[in-house]
Design a binder for this molecule. Sequence first.
Ligand code: TRP
Length: 348
Amino acid sequence: MSDSYQASVARSRQIEERLAVQPGDFRMLTGDRPTGALHIGHYFGSIQNRLRLQQAGAEIWQLIADYQVITDRDSVGEIQDNVRNLVLDNVAAGLDPERATFFTHSAVPALNQLLLPFLSLVSVAELQRNPTVKDEATTAGIKSISGLMLTYPVHQAADILFCKANVVPVGRDQLPHLEQTRVIARRFNERYGATFPEPDALLSSATLILGTDGTKMSKSKGNVVELRMTADETAKKLKGAKTDSDRHITYDPENRPEVANLLQIVSLCEGTDPASIAEEIGDGGGGGLKKRVTEALNETLAPLRARRAELAAEPSYVHEVLRRGNERATEMAETTLAEVREKMRMVY
Ligand code: TRP
């Protein structure tokens, strides 16, 4: 893992360099599971990367991975609300639906059909080794892994390859899926002739932001600031944030992780370094720190929230964005599927 992680980091750096010179060479695809609204971890970790790619001029495909919702849970939950929130959050943050194609798995049959030939290219043993699938099963307390849970990384390869994306901005946990996608592309090309590019991960350089209790962000723990919260809800959430008993604020990630995390958030909002923010707060204590984080976040998110409210007030906005996106994605998937059938000599 560590060797392949180093290799991914190296490739990710090369992409950053090429992106600066030749943005038009890049087709980006990324996806979110519609299991809840986006929070500030998504914002600083991945949305800003998406916006950067969009600004650079890369082509953007934005998947709402609805079939992945039922990998680690039985019920789809509030799926319609969640899909709607994902569109609103991404568009309010700045992704332009005129340029970025927003689409859902369930509305693009030809994408899903690619799963069949791709499944023939992987072994069960290989799927059972995927560390992210194993982690997710453990976290969800799953004892008996479903067929979809085991094979969704192959479906994810279809997500990426149906549009021949060559760059996928992701966090480290997604690297096994990216590697699986590369393997599938390679094997398909070997067996049937050159068809798919081997996509690269674009790793986020942002430090991982923790929840308000200092542990991994998770909606179920109630430790997240959602993008769509009001300024008051944000203040309330941050009032309950964990700090420590030392009133003198210092930036010490090793010994004061909760305080450091809050300073990191201010730093991401203001673009200054966390140690000097700590100095400014000085003896202001946890209260002073929380006040500063609240102000910084509310100011940073204010335009996004205002835009979000405008979009949400337009009755058919989300529906229209998805209708157009699903149409574009279907066209692309049908073209790729036709090529795949041709390569597999399944044209009768
Ligand atoms: N597995 C990703 C997650 O859990 C979501 C996803 C689905 C995705 N398909 C994708 C990410 C394709 C990148 C590319 O967050």
